[in-house]
Write a protein that binds this ligand. Structure first.
Ligand code: PHE
Length: 360
């Protein structure tokens, strides 16, 4: 008979000895030797300890058995570790292609990364405006706004009429818009005004109309894209720029919700400390209308316009202003992008100088 205490002490001793031995192994052969010595199925030391379990008095057998199983598991793990450790060391570098070649079998496997540094392609990146628009889209998607799209060449109905801008309105002045009909000349060299009077859209509010025309309320969309105005280029103006339009129409939409959405948008973009302020303004398609300012560093900067969708606009697309209300806003993408990346001249964005663009 062996006492429990004695048996447990022997197991501890065996465990220590085996772990040390596995640790010391340097080659697969040494690991194999240690395996046979400890874990050999017939005469291994672990097997011998298993047989001696019989000698433990009945009531103490379960405890002894439990410790024995634990030891066996520990040693199995140590063995596997030792095996992979020496295997990793034993694999000489680049054996595969060499062996294949000397054996006259397969050519070396194709390595797509083996391009000499001077021949490597330069990785492109997204334009800062694209990065900003993607981020805007992401933030607005979290607030439940879907992305809508519309054409850049518009007709007067979508760019003006449906937006409550009648033919006499100064916003339709040819000096403030890129009309396409004047670019088409007749045989005599006169402007051809016979076709539809198309123009490059001067605002993304056109997309509001297109969405509402094909969809019943509730509507919750943003539209991101290029708009065109014949401004002379300087540090803050460019004849083409980008806007993000937002539109939410449903029963009971309020101006408080407009401000909340803009505040949430601004804080996700510029951090929680940013503030949003409304100043009274006028747009033909919203009533009341406001300019939207946000705090930046120590001051306020204008980010765009907004307001409650004018009932005339809702009527123009066949909505009932007694049933639904809505808000709309338009933000300048360049303004946000330039703040975000610290760019101080809008023209840099469109010069396509790789040394500039590579920085973002
Ligand atoms: N479309 C206006 C602009 O370009 C901005 C705006 C959008 C204002 C929506 C009110 C509502 O200046």
């Amino acid at each position: 008979m062996t006492s429990l205490a004695e048996y447990l002490a022997q197991l501890d001793q065996l465990e220590k000895q085996a772990l040390e031995q596995f640790q010391r192994c340097q080659t697969p052969e040494e690991v194999e030797q240690a395996r046979v010595q400890f874990m050999g199925a017939k005469r291994g030391l672990v097997r011998q300890m298993q047989q001696r379990l019989k000698e433990i008095p009945g009531p103490e057998k379960p405890q002894a058995g439990k410790r024995f199983n634990q030891l066996k598991q520990t040693l199995q793990q140590a063995l596997e570790q030792a095996q992979s450790r020496v295997a990793a060391k034993a694999t000489p570098k680049a054996t595969r292609p060499q062996r294949a070649r000397t054996a006259g079998e397969l050519p070396p496997p194709f390595d797509p990364t083996a391009v000499p540094p001077e021949a490597q392609l330069r990785l492109g990146r997204l334009h800062p405006i694209t990065q900003t628009m993607q981020r805007m889209q992401e933030v607005m998607a979290r607030l439940g706004f879907q992305v809508a799209d519309g054409p850049e060449v518009e007709d007067p109905w979508h760019n003006f009429e449906a937006l409550n801008i009648p033919p006499s309105h100064p916003a339709r002045d040819p000096l403030d818009n890129f009309y396409l009909s004047v670019a088409r000349l007749t045989g005599t060299g006169e402007p051809d005004t016979s076709g539809p009077e198309l123009l490059l859209r001067s605002q993304t509010s056109t997309v509001q109309i297109r969405v509402m025309e094909r969809q019943r309320p509730p509507v919750r969309v943003i539209a991101l894209g290029r708009v065109y105005r014949p401004d002379t280029a300087d540090a803050t103006h460019f004849p083409m720029f980008h806007q993000m339009e937002g539109l939410y129409v449903a029963p009971g939409v309020t101006m408080a919700q407009l401000k909340t959405v803009l505040k949430l948008f601004a804080s996700m973009f510029f951090g929680p400390q940013v503030q949003v302020r409304f100043r009274p303004s006028f747009f033909p398609f919203t009533e009341p209308s406001v300019e939207v300012d946000m705090t930046w560093k120590d001051g306020w900067i204008e980010m765009g316009g907004a307001g409650m969708v004018d009932p005339h606009v809702l009527q123009a697309v066949g909505y009932d202003p007694e049933q639904v209300t809505g808000f709309a806003f338009g933000l300048g993408v360049e303004r946000i992008c330039m703040r975000q990346f610290g760019i101080d001249d809008i023209r840099l964005l469109y010069r396509n100088d790789i040394r500039f663009l590579e920085q973002f």
